[in-house]
Design a protein around this ligand. Structure first.
Ligand code: HEC
Ligand code: HEC
Ligand code: HEC
Ligand code: HEC
Ligand code: HEC
Length: 321
């Protein structure tokens, strides 16, 4: 029984010792001890560009996803434990990700020529829902375009996606979708893009209304839940989008529309209520001012007339007596 308790105490001690040291520098590079980043950053050619120009600006870097999370290997090995950079590299390059090797051109290569459906499986280790949708889509079945064609355009600079990826330009203009798609599909595409753009805008607009309702002190559990759901549905919509199935996409859009309509209606009702309250407040204020004026008038009347009259009354008995 005492064993675990000592362990806990010891762990607390470590945390207490380590805590302040870590907290001292909030700007510290979270990859300062990552062997892959530290070595590849200084390598000549494409490697340093991958680290400094591509990956450093990606959503993955922001989310703390390092080279080893995708490529495998051992990022925890420290330079000072090795005689040479070569030995350091060999130690780090060991224990490669078997799934990544699955995509490799040759058994020696540590990178891959990531092609076809393999890419979906690879990225899908972490993006499971999107993988399912993409594999079930015409693109996934065809094995092209891959996740990497649309995200990062083959580089490590995979950033927050926007609807601009749906490229409506013609082949002559260098469009990225029209490489494979004819005019009829491009029409479908512009319809999808329009629907999604409008849906995003409506969500944006209702966010302002919803926040205003909050500022007015209006809180409704039902609206809160609806709103929370809308955000979730929106995220799911972005995932479902990868099915490139118009019917499925439209179902989600309809679901979002419902919540948006609900928020707009509530905002209108509460807005009207507030206007009515404000009118009532104004009328109430006017009545109060009138009452006050009336009271002042009475006091004035009493002072001006009654006090004079009272003096006469007080003097009267004396005169009579
Ligand atoms: C999100 C997953 C992911 C992360 C994180 C990642 N990579 Fe990659 N990397 C890939 C994929 C996929 C390829 C293969 C691209 C291809 O073949 O088109 C690749 C290819 C490479 C290549 C070969 C490039 C070439 O042109 O031959 C190098 C070198 C590399 N990565 C280094 C790194 C380093 C260093 C880091 C960390 C700073 C890193 N990668 C982080 C997924 C990742
Ligand atoms: C001490 C330096 C060093 C460290 C540490 C290091 N690498 Fe490398 N890496 C290299 C060099 C140099 C190359 C060029 C090819 C070679 O010499 O093997 C390379 C090549 C690569 C490639 C492309 C290889 C290919 O076959 O095309 C990838 C991907 C890669 N490293 C990922 C990583 C990952 C992930 C880590 C951390 C787990 C890491 N490296 C740690 C030096 C290093
Ligand atoms: C044909 C182009 C295309 C392909 C292929 C594609 N995506 Fe996307 N992806 C997009 C677009 C466009 C968006 C943004 C949709 C939006 O804003 O509504 C997106 C959004 C995303 C998001 C953000 C989802 C969210 O919840 O915010 C992730 C993550 C993602 N894609 C990963 C992947 C992965 C992993 C693959 C491969 C399995 C893949 N994508 C294949 C075009 C593509
Ligand atoms: C080791 C896990 C992991 C792997 C493998 C991975 N990702 Fe990610 N990815 C993440 C995390 C974590 C985030 C940040 C959280 C989020 O937005 O989902 C992210 C974010 C993204 C985003 C941006 C989403 C946004 O809204 O900003 C895209 C696009 C994306 N990944 C595509 C890919 C592609 C393409 C691959 C394959 C080359 C891939 N990912 C491989 C973990 C991973
Ligand atoms: C490498 C070729 C290729 C590229 C590039 C490509 N697609 Fe496709 N796409 C296909 C194939 C093949 C199909 C299935 C046959 C078809 O419907 O044309 C398909 C089907 C589709 C469908 C379903 C069409 C329908 O009527 O149901 C949509 C939507 C779509 N692609 C969107 C896109 C978008 C958006 C892009 C650009 C980011 C893109 N595609 C880029 C090959 C490609």
């Amino acid at each position: 029984m005492t064993g675990p308790r000592w362990c806990v105490l010891f762990a607390f001690g470590l945390v207490a010792l380590g805590g302040p040291a870590v907290a001292a520098d909030p700007d510290a590079d979270p990859f300062a001890d990552n062997a892959c980043v530290q070595c590849h950053r200084d390598l000549p050619g494409r490697s340093s560009a991958i680290v400094e120009l591509e990956w450093a600006r990606s959503s993955h870097h922001a989310a703390g996803v390092g080279c080893d999370a995708c490529h495998g290997g051992n990022a925890a090995v420290r330079r000072d434990r090795f005689d040479s950079d070569e030995a350091w590299k060999d130690a780090a390059h060991q224990r490669r990700d078997p799934e990544f090797m699955f995509m490799q051109r040759s058994a020696d290569a540590f990178a891959s020529s990531a092609r076809g459906r393999n890419v979906s499986y690879f990225c899908g280790k972490c993006h499971a829902n999107i993988k399912e949708k993409h594999l079930g889509s015409p693109h996934g079945e065809f094995g092209d375009p891959t996740c990497l064609y649309c995200h990062g355009q083959g580089s490590h600079a995979i950033t927050e996606p926007t609807l601009d990826i749906i490229d409506g330009r013609s082949r002559a203009e260098g469009g990225r979708c029209s490489v494979c798609h004819l005019a009829s599909t491009m029409n479908t595409l512009s319809r999808i893009k329009k629907t999604l753009t409008e849906t995003e805008e409506r969500i944006e607009d209702t966010t302002i209304l919803y926040d205003e309702l909050g500022q007015w002190g209006y809180h409704s559990l039902e609206l809160e839940r609806l709103y929370h759901d809308a955000r979730q549905v929106r995220s799911r919509l972005r995932q479902v989008f990868h099915s490139f199935d118009m019917r499925e996409i439209n179902n989600f859009v309809a679901e979002i529309e419902m919540t948006v309509d609900r928020t707009v209606a509530t905002h209108e009702i509460i807005g009207r209520l507030r206007a009515a309250q404000r009118r009532q407040a104004v009328i109430g204020g006017l009545v109060a001012v009138m009452l006050l004026a009336f009271a002042l008038l009475l006091v004035y009347y009493r002072l001006a007339f009654c006090s004079g009259h009272g003096g006469d009354q007080a003097a009267a008995p004396v005169a009579e007596g």
